[in-house]
Design a protein around this ligand. Sequence first.
Ligand code: PLP
Length: 392
Amino acid sequence: MTAADNYLMPIAPRPDVVFVRGEGAWLYDSKGRRYLDWVQGWAVNCLGHAPAAVAQALAIQAQTLINPSPAFYNQQALDLAEMLVRNSCFDHVFFASSGAEANEGAIKLARRWGQLHRQGAHEIVTFVDGFHGRTLATMSASGKPGWDTLFAPQVPGFPKAMLNDIDSVAKLIGPATVAVMLEPVQGEAGVRLASPKFVRGLRRLCDDHGLLLVFDEVQTGCGRTGTLFAYEQLGVEPDIMTLGKGIGGGVPLSALLAKRAASCFAHGDQGGTYCGNPLVCAAGLAVMRTLTEEGFLDQCRTNAATLAAALRDVSAEFGLGEVRGMGMLLALELGADTAAAVVTEARQRGLLLNAPRPHCLRFMPALNTTAAEIRQGIALLRQSLAGRDSVI
Ligand SMILES: *Cc1c(COP(=O)(O)O)cnc(C)c1O
């Protein structure tokens, strides 16, 4: 299954494994081997693999109505939008299919708002090491090293500040500025947390200058950080928020949410053939109903604390670095560029891990993973770290 003997574009190095089935925390390959999955489709499968609630919702909806077109209402989109509004500080929702597409929508909404309310201001302050997606505009908004030249020229209008450095943001604000956009936790950068103090400072700065505060909660939203949305733990309300990943429980669904004052699209400004189709919205409803069940997020927070404590023990035992994160979005610093080797070793032992940076591992289990699965994963992680040491 190397790049030479299949027909997929070689966009990433992939291990010689073909996955055929998933169930909860577990993935099974074509040879019948099973793996405890702490990648979960890149924090996408918030309820694990093939969760019954999502599978049933999809099966029923697939036999009822898949896509009447975004030019017509459908009940699932109406219900999901209502559920998101009732459980957040926002008033209006636009559905899309990927995180990047939701962020494109947020960028357009901010620019539209700038045309209407700030004499055409259009610049959006974003952050070094930030990640917002892989379309041209969202790549330009991202601060990933090398992306400024990868598909040059970039889309202009995204000056970069430093996370947790309020002066670096203030310095970039001028007459052309319309918004500040950030991830509450920079996931792809290695789980770097925006401090509550910094975020409150951003809110104040935006209020003082009449700017929009935009949160990209594609990774942090939908329970990943222990609350439904990360902003709830930071003591601020953004004007605009995007969701992706977890909201669909594995199927392509994302959302752009805005407060009434920022919700300024006119007819024809925004759209998309698949936007808000009832098939994916039925999955989103199943996810949101599960996440908002009494006790679900309490249990998730308890298990996340167990995982974080176990990772700290592992770090102490092996002389590794910091454990950081929120809820079920955690990282372990390794202190050296050994992450790729640990990921390979772990996979061979039946544990799937992700290394967002050469020196750190990221953990994003299903939100409903059990304490027993966490123990199994930690045992496999210990073996992987020890096994790698014994090889050297
Ligand atoms: C994954 C991610 C995106 C991009 O989402 P896609 O569905 O891959 O387009 C955007 N922002 C953040 C914070 C992400 O983690």
